[in-house]
Design a protein around this ligand. Structure first.
Ligand SMILES: O=C(O)CCC(=O)C(=O)O
Ligand SMILES: [Fe+2]
Length: 234
């Protein structure tokens, strides 16, 4: 029997039903040993792989996405393994993820609300390492003429609690329409605005201190220019 291109069937139990379509939150997607291994690989990478941004550090793997096509670079084995594992769940409609961003946030750091944009297949998958965070979601800025100026606060909709070792998958409206960001805080107070509390094993009113979080943002870039950098045996 032919394998269906999309087998998100086994992920259905992880849909966050309180959020717009579609967010999947998978707690303990990886083990503590895998988490230590991945952190070790991240921090073993050459210093030159890091780019310091305001409020976080970043490693880019797989090539730089570009409208004309990404000059593909072969992923290291430690990332390729997880790209394949997540892709086998059907997250990228049968394609295999070929791009990974590693973000490191110290307590108090974050990322401004943004869209991931059209250079990626409209699915983003994230493995969290080391610490939880709250991922905040926003309505896009209204382009309507004469619309009253909208503050970030008024556009805020809800948050997702992402624990270390979890996998988060966002597609459809969650990817295509809403913006996401992370407030630079050292501590999070969980409220009812955190819509996946029970799936993440937390209670409203709880305070959680952030420590250093490393996230692997795993995506598929459809338009790739094949290069020598992709050759070589595994
Ligand atoms: O660290 C995260 O979970 C979010 C990262 C992110 O939004 C991005 O790299 O585009
Ligand atoms: Fe993003």
């Amino acid at each position: 029997m032919e394998r269906p291109a999309c087998i998100l069937e086994e992920l259905k139990q992880f849909v966050v039903s309180e959020a717009p379509p579609t967010a999947y939150y998978v707690p303990d997607f990886i083990s503590e040993d895998e988490e230590s291994y991945l952190l070790q690989q991240v921090y073993r990478s050459p210093k030159t792989k890091w780019t310091q941004l305001s409020g976080r550090r970043l490693q880019n793997w797989g090539g730089l996405p570009h409208p004309k096509g990404m000059l593909g670079e072969r992923l290291p084995d430690w990332l390729q393994t997880y790209c394949e594992k997540i892709s086998s769940l059907g997250a990228f409609s049968g394609k295999t993820a070929n791009h990974v961003l590693v973000n490191e946030y110290k307590p108090g750091e974050g990322i401004m609300p943004h869209e991931d944009g059209p250079l990626y297949h409209p699915t983003v998958t994230t493995i969290s390492l080391g610490s939880h965070t709250l991922l905040d979601f926003y309505t896009p800025l209204s382009s309507a003429e004469g619309a009253t100026p909208q503050t970030e606060e008024s556009r805020f909709l809800f948050s997702l609690l992402v624990r270390p070792r979890s996998l988060l998958i966002l597609q459809d409206e969650m990817y295509q329409r809403l913006l996401h960001g992370i407030h630079g805080r050292e501590q999070d107070t969980l409220t009812k605005k955190v819509v996946n509390l029970s799936a993440a094993g937390a209670e409203p009113g709880e305070d959680l201190n952030r420590s250093t979080r490393v996230s692997l943002t795993i995506r598929h870039v459809p338009k790739v220019i094949k290069t020598k950098l992709m050759l070589g045996k595994r």
